[in-house]
Every structure is written in C-alpha cells, then in structure tokens.
Design a protein around this ligand. Structure first.
Ligand code: ATP
Ligand code: MG
Length: 200
C-alpha cells in the first residue's frame, strides 16, 4: 500500500562504453537480473573522456540512443544519462554516490565482465565501489572460470568486497570486434538487436 518503501529494491547497474551495445551486454544484464533477483537494471553509458575521444568513440548521446533502442523491449531495463552529462572522465564511484542519493534505501549491484573484475582494483576510489555495492561478475573470453573465482576470492579477502559470480557462459563478442567488422564492411547482423544495427 501507500507505506511500502523501497527497502529491498535491488538495482543492478550496467556500466560500459557501449560503443556499440551488443548481445554480450544484454545477456549478462539479464543473467544478473534473474540470478540475483534484481528489480531493475540501469544501463549507464560512460561519458566521453578526452583520452578516448582521440580514439574512434561515438558521442555519448549516440551511444545512449543505441542503448535505449536495445533495451526498449525489456520492462526491467532502463538507461541513464548521468555519466554522459558529466564533463570529462566518469568514475564509477561517483556514479554510485549519485545513485545512492537517488535511491537511499536500495541495494546496489554493479554488473561487469571478467576483464573488469581483473582491473577494478586500479579504478579511482575502488574501495568506495566495493563498499557501496555488490559486484556481479560474468565470465568472458579466455579467462578461465577458476581464475575468475580466485580473483573474486582475492577481492573479498583484500577489500571485503561482495562478489557474486554468474554461472559460466561465454558470449564471444565485443564492441571492438563490431567496430572492426564495420570498418571491413563485414556483416554485424545478429551481434546486437536489429534496431541497433539499423541505427548504425
Ligand atoms: P570494447 O571492445 O570497446 O571495450 P566491450 O565489448 O568490452 O567494448 P564495454 O562497453 O567495454 O564493451 O563493456 C561494458 C561491460 O560489459 C564491461 O564490464 C565488460 O566486461 C562487459 N562485457 C562486454 N561484453 C561482454 C561479453 N561478451 N561477455 C561478458 N561481459 C561482457
Ligand atoms: Mg571493454
């Protein structure tokens, strides 16, 4: 009724460059939602850093539109422009602080692939990230599942991080490969939702 509060609302955060978004992103977000009973997954495209702008990264607004297109059929998926609206680099700990203000009672989860579980210790204010949310990590690429488990254990041990590993699944797909295929005029159909292909 009227007095029900959001105490136990579980919110997953799916951060990424999404240049472009593809089925690997959508699959780990849906896996995380189902495995951890999340009420909602918020996709948050990263802002354009000066470093990456020199590269071939599309403007935030375009990546945001592609994400919106990709998630439109899933009522549990939403997307936020808080990082693309920020100038300069966007740091995950700042995003979590902002979301914490918006959802003071919610339980926050950060969804990420294996590559990022191995680099997260180097992120700006990583200990704040560990404190503010539970990590949900997905297997990816050549990373052996056992070494992913070891990395999760090491983060728990060293930083008291909360880490949940998703059951192993390999979606051998990356935005890098999609960009290369487009440059080489190769097909990228079925690597991402059709709406995103059309958008590109
Ligand atoms: P790029 O090749 O440009 O780095 P990407 O495919 O790695 O693109 P990102 O936007 O960098 O996509 O990734 C966002 C998040 O999704 C990261 O945590 C990343 O590890 C995860 N991710 C992306 N693709 C996969 C995949 N195929 N399997 C598991 N995790 C993935
Ligand atoms: Mg990546």
């Amino acid at each position: 009724g009227d007095f029900v509060r959001n105490y136990s609302k579980k919110i997953g955060i799916m951060g990424g460059t999404f240049n472009p978004i593809h089925y690997g992103h959508l699959m780990i977000a849906e896996d995380a939602r189902c495995f951890c009973n999340l009420d909602e997954v918020i996709f948050i495209p990263s802002g354009n850093s000066y470093m990456k702008e020199a590269d071939d990264i599309l403007p935030g607004e375009l990546r945001f539109q592609m994400v919106k297109t990709a998630i439109s059929s899933n009522s549990h998926f939403t997307c936020s422009d808080i990082e693309i609206k920020r100038t300069g680099n966007s740091y995950t700990y700042e995003t979590l602080e902002e979301l914490r203000k918006l959802y003071p009672e919610a339980e926050l989860f950060f969804i990420l692939g294996a590559d990022n579980l191995f680099s997260i210790e180097k992120w700006r204010c990583a200990e704040k990230v560990f404190k503010e949310c539970t990590l949900i990590a997905a297997s990816r690429g050549e990373v052996v599942f056992d070494s992913l488990k070891k990395q999760a254990d090491s983060l728990k041990e060293t930083y008291q991080a909360n880490v949940i590993l998703l059951p192993e699944r390999k979606m051998d797909i990356s935005s890098t490969e999609i960009r290369e295929r487009i440059l080489n005029s190769q097909s990228v159909r079925y690597m991402m939702p059709e709406g995103v292909c059309n958008y590109i």
